[in-house]
Design a protein around this ligand. Sequence first.
Ligand code: NAP
Length: 252
Amino acid sequence: MTEHKRTAIITGAGRGIGAEVARRLASDGFNIAAVDLDEKGLDALTSDLHAEGHAAIGIVADISDEDAVTAAVARTADELGPPVVVVNNAGIIRDNMLFKMPVSDWDLVMNVHLRGSFLVARAAQKHMVEAKWGRIINLSSTSALGNRGQANYSAAKAGLQGFTKTLALELGPFGVTANAIAPGFIETEMTASTAERMGVSFEDFKKARAEEIPVRRAGTPTDIANAVSFFAHEAAGFVSGQVLYVAGGPKA
Ligand code: NAP
């Protein structure tokens, strides 16, 4: 049933942007390996996808753990077929002003975004190179351009842009593209937690942010899934090493 379809791995797919990307790539015709720390989120996603007739597995793994990533990619290849699309989406924030930022929060953010994306891309690339076709899509952020209170996160998200461009150079000869999507303000639990930390309601927070966004609304996970769908598509094979800001305005 799954043999003729290509397989995509999406990290951080237990909720938010990653879950929506998984749903979108499933409806685009990919088998889905959804990776997250949170088993409940994965169960909800995979049971919905199964009900719609899609092939999907949920894998509980910490993407900053090398052995866990190796095992997750191997299981994906065994159960669904070679993973030729990777969406490095899992992410965390540990915001603080530089003078108050513990080293542990710097390391944690680097480990999830940069080490995690490196580990997943490195483990999956051999399947893409063998297939002579692949798509690597990394989630950056407008914070890569600088954001007060996010020295760790903005450094990691800027790092992912350099990582993306280098993968495009190294893997292009094998039919593999690498691109980054840099979302602006998107309604998810991540931004809800920022509102909570600032002591404002999410509704008020969204309203205030929307006023600063040229298209005058907050983004949704669907806005990002649409961009992922484009980069993963056959038709995007000549687009590589790019950073697409999906932010309701230019932001650069
Ligand atoms: P979210 O709602 O917080 O979801 C992130 C998911 O990643 C969670 O399910 C989380 O699991 C999982 N995760 C975290 N660390 C992990 C790890 N080590 N291994 C495996 N899974 C892990 O975030 P989101 O808003 O959807 O964001 C998705 C991506 O877009 C992130 O890379 C984020 O930085 C980026 N982004 C978001 C926005 C925005 O406005 N929301 C803007 C720009 C960029 P647990 O809940 O179990 O920790």
